[in-house]
Write a new protein. Structure first.
Length: 613
């Protein structure tokens, strides 16, 4: 039996060479692929959340994998419907559907995702950044910063209800071009048509990818890869011409008078003429023989930067809308698909305000020639959208005044400080590329006041005493910064939980190293301590070597709270806390006793013959 790394590496090579996949369905019979998939998903938060049936990662064992493989081998495997629920949107406007598949479906989907990703990842364009390994929002913003220089018009694109409106027949025809294996295509179609159960009612799915499904983001990327290819192979060549812009006659007219003034030693006249010339661009900004088009996409949001006229930008927008409508059967959102002037307005992409610098007064010498030029014109500016900081700050205010947060009063002081620090760090790190990142200081002040008032509310004291009690210092970037901190004891010594000490300097896009481990190195050796323990087939409580399975808990913190204050904890609780693991390898009998709350034998005791059976 081939290892998972060998299978995925072979599939990736086929993808790199654009060779169609044939007889790939038999790869689903590899036990090692399921173990590798399980090693990837067992840490997910929803791994113990049931779907339409009581099927979770708890009680995971090798027999379950063999049962799945046998069902796939005989083509009897069927995807069960997902449990669908409505969750509130982050912006507070309504809800969005979320699908909760059963664990068996999650495991099979992860195996499918690994196979499809290995094949399609080498074929995706560099302009695509959503739901891809070693890519994300910051790599997309770095791409914009590097490729969109000199843009005149931004075309903001958003596909209306993209993931819910993906046409199954179009998707299957796209997959059929590269996958010449009817059994695998049939399995993928079954997953698309599995349906959902909401409020105890079954609802079939006629379009879209399963919400909450592991393989859904990859299928969406495969679907929208057609749009990436259309832009790269049709629109970019059509709207790209000319090596460089022609010279501006109004600017060039000053060259001879300036040169004459300098030859005659009239420096004052030369400087005056140079100042007058600076009001004109050196190149013809309306050169009809020079055009450029740049494109980037993250999930269903895309941005185009165009150097040309607005009429041509309108034509590009219409061409994309027609392609989506006629080829992919999707529709552009009229409210979110906008054309904005890059020098006077800003486009919104991934929560950033994107615009183009233009300042004739900013003069800096070039790095090599030392010639002074207008240094920032045409550069991409990434900033924080107007009003966003006030929106974040309003969460901690009531009637314009900062208040405490009563929902956190039941937590410890260290936990409250850690929550606030985590919230602010998440926002500050996401906007690390923003040139006006320093404006987050306003949000930091509001959150600090809310933190102090929350601690004062909890301790029933004054805010001045909170500052006096928790005041501290921390050295960051060779500077001493003030903090609010508390020291807590841990098993490895003392740990300092602090608020503040986060420098708000702008990070240049692309200056940080991005983990881009080659695919062949990533899948060189897929190992997991859990998989090793599962293969060993030894109960970690009684030592039985038969029918062992994995016992899962959601969080060790919940386990500690559940047994806090009791004189004697069960052996399985002690072992999980000591190992600092959310999993425990147990036999079938011990697993049943754990859920039933019955006492368990020690590993040192002699195991009765009845338990071995």
């Amino acid at each position: 039996m081939q290892k998972a790394a060998q299978i995925l590496q072979a599939i990736r090579k086929l993808g790199e060479k654009r060779i169609p996949l044939t007889r790939v369905y038999r790869c689903l019979f590899s036990e090692d692929l399921y173990l590798a998939a399980y090693a990837k998903i067992y840490k997910n938060q929803g791994i113990l959340t049931p779907g339409t049936e009581d099927d979770t990662a708890d009680d995971m064992n090798m027999d379950r994998i063999q049962a799945i493989i046998e069902a796939l081998r005989t083509e009897r495997f069927q995807f069960r419907p997902s449990r669908r629920s409505q969750v509130p949107k982050k912006n507070g406007n309504g809800t969005r559907p979320l699908g909760l598949p059963n664990f068996t479906e999650k495991l099979v989907q992860e195996v499918l995702r690994m196979i499809l990703e290995a094949y399609y990842e080498p074929r995706f364009h560099s302009s695509s950044h959503g739901f891809r390994p070693d890519r994300g929002c910051h790599t997309a913003l770095t791409y914009v910063h590097q490729k969109f220089q000199g843009t005149t018009w931004f075309i903001e694109g958003d596909i209306k209800g993209c993931f819910d409106r993906i046409d199954h027949e179009v998707l299957m025809s796209i997959l059929a071009r590269d996958i010449q294996d009817g059994r695998l295509l049939s399995l993928i179609r079954k997953g698309l048509k599995a349906g959902t159960v909401e409020d105890w009612q079954y609802k079939p799915t006629f379009s879209g990818t399963p919400q909450g499904g592991i393989v859904s983001p990859l299928l969406a990327n495969i679907y929208l890869h057609e749009l990436d290819t259309y832009v790269a192979e049709a629109l970019v060549p059509r709207y790209t011409r000319g090596k460089r812009r022609s010279l501006n006659p109004a600017y060039k007219r000053y060259e001879y008078p300036i040169a004459q003034a300098r030859e005659q030693g009239d420096i004052a006249t030369a400087q005056r003429l140079d100042q007058e010339r600076r009001q004109y661009p050196s190149q013809n900004m309306f050169d009809p023989n020079y055009r450029r088009l740049a494109y980037v996409r993250y999930a269903d949001d895309f941005l185009l930067g165009f150097i040309g006229t607005k009429q041509e930008a309108e034509s590009i927008k219409a061409d994309i809308a027609a392609f989506l409508r006629d080829t992919l059967r999707l529709e552009l959102s009229t409210q979110k698909t906008l054309i904005t002037h890059a020098h006077t307005e800003h486009a919104t992409f991934l929560g950033y305000a994107v615009s183009i610098y233009h300042s004739d007064d900013k003069i800096s010498p070039r790095a090599k020639t030392k010639t002074k030029t207008r240094s920032i014109n045409g550069g991409v500016r990434l900033g924080i959208p107007y009003g966003l900081i006030d929106t974040y700050a309003s969460r901690y205010q009531r009637d314009g005044k900062v208040t405490s947060e009563p929902a956190l009063l039941s937590f410890s002081d260290a936990h409250i400080i850690d929550i606030y620090q985590g919230r602010f760090r998440g926002i500050a790190e996401y906007y690390k590329y923003a040139v006006d990142r320093c404006h987050l200081q306003k949000l930091k002040y509001v959150m600090e006041v809310a933190l102090v008032k929350t601690l004062a509310h909890k301790l029933r004291t004054k805010t001045s005493k909170v500052y006096a009690t928790y005041r501290g210092q921390r050295k960051v970037d060779d500077l001493i910064r003030k903090t609010l901190q508390v020291t807590v004891p841990t098993s490895n010594g003392e740990r300092v939980i602090y608020w503040g000490a986060l420098p708000l300097k702008t990070v240049k896009p692309g200056s940080e190293s991005i983990s881009d481990t080659p695919y062949r190195e990533k899948y060189k050796d897929i190992r997991s301590d859990l998989i090793t323990r599962l293969k060993a087939n030894v109960c970690e409580l009684c030592g039985t070597q038969e029918k062992c399975r994995v016992h899962h808990v959601r969080k060790l913190v919940d386990l500690k709270k559940r047994w806090a204050g009791r004189r004697e904890k069960p052996d399985w609780v002690k072992r999980m806390i000591a190992m600092q693991r959310k999993t425990l390898m147990v036999c079938h009998k011990c697993h049943t006793d754990i859920h039933a709350g019955r006492p368990l034998p020690s590993k040192r005791e002699e195991v009765p013959e009845s338990r071995v059976r």
